[in-house]
Design a protein around this ligand. Sequence first.
Ligand SMILES: [Zn+2]
Length: 523
Amino acid sequence: MKLVAAALSSALLVVSCATVTPEQTLVNRAVEAMGGAERLAGARTIAFKGTSKYWEPEQSDVPGGEPRFANETTFSGIIDAASRSSRVDNIRNYAYPAPRTFTFSEVVTPEAGYVIGIDSNGRNAQNMKSNPPAHSMSGLRLATTQRELRRAGSAALILGMQRNPDGVQPAADINGQPALSYDGFLVAFDPLTGLPSRVRTLDYDNIWGDVTYDVVFSNWRETGGIRIPMTRRYELNGRMVAETNLSDVQFNTPIDTSRLQIPADVRASAAKPAVRNVPYQWVLRRQFIGVYLDSDNASYDTRGSQGLRLQEVAPGVHQVQGGSHNSLVVEMSDHLIVFDAPVTDAQSLWLVGQTRARFPGKPIRFLALTHHHMDHAGGLRGILAEGGVTLVVGQPAGAHFRRVLDAPATRNFDLPARSYHMVPILEVPESHVMSDSAGRQVVVYMMMDNPHAKGQLMGWIPHAKMGYVTDVWTPGPPLPAKPNPGLASVVNTVKRAGIEPERFAGGHGGTADYPMLARLVGN
Ligand SMILES: [Zn+2]
């Protein structure tokens, strides 16, 4: 009898252990609402079509202003569940930074990624050498693309949560909806329908620090017994940055798996998905505007450049070269002035290391930003973390950068978190002179009529007769046949300032003679 009681109580124990947790209840309800585990698991192939629109908040005209409309994309794709491979064919029409169309495909397997065609103005060496153009994805892009495929793959995500209950953890409600943590995501559920409503990651943005990045599912439609969100809005800190509308989804139609193959020679040297320190927002959003440099170093093409170097371009004037974005360093009697802090804090930390070795005893005292865009300002914390640095920006960027520096930045894998609350910000309405005890000067001028950004500054180093500009002129490559508004704004600013530059250095490119530009614009 005792034995029977013991057996009975242990059976009860098993039953109570198997009691469905609140987390499992949420997941089970979502699986049922989407069509049930059997149907979801039975989706062996998916074919889909749709359109997307993208916006970029940190390439705005006004600092902190309206996000820039970036592009409109038409796409079709296939997914093969067995090989966990996918392909998306894109036709992407850009509005920014210049109107153009890129037609390209992305093939993603668990081990490698492959880009067929041209998808960026910042093509890497492998893409340019390949005929027709193609390249393997960097490990950073592959990890980012895989993450976004998992985020968007609502059915596989929810089924994965059901199948891996140990990987599912409770999480705080999101916008009043119950949420769970799983596989790096926070998944919220609609209490009315039971369907997943939002999939969030806690990302790091080089301008705004700690940010949320969400896909918001809506417009659910049933296809082959499976319910799929046809509309997906992407929100960065609650602001829409992308919207995708699926027009057609088909399950278990035959797909041509040869289109999921990556050529063996490409696969052999392709990067594996990066497992740590992935700058997801940089990788994603540089693609939004079609300028992403697909490389495992965010600053330069690891297959096409020896890396960054600090090059003297005039006495006491040094330009960072070898990467996609430059800084300029001016040596003063007892300190340094740096123009621009591009890309990431990793690049800034590299620059700080270079300046310490090259100019011992001369700390950076001023960081002057030509403008607020994320690619030229995203490394500001890496310079400001030195302490004793004044941030110099054009009007009206001052209040914007105060908000930026007050935002929490605890997820920055390049820099430990610290407060930037006390960093002095100098906002320049027209011009400002920075002098040293020996009389050397560096001047910044507001570029009043430039077409690129409000509050844009030009640098001027009188002793070297050298100017510095970013994004309005790229010194080095041949000048166009006709002037454009950016080039005209350089010449107009020079005239208004009453200065006589011999050369300019750029935030892109290298250096070039100024008189040729003046002649072009003058004609
Ligand atoms: Zn810019």
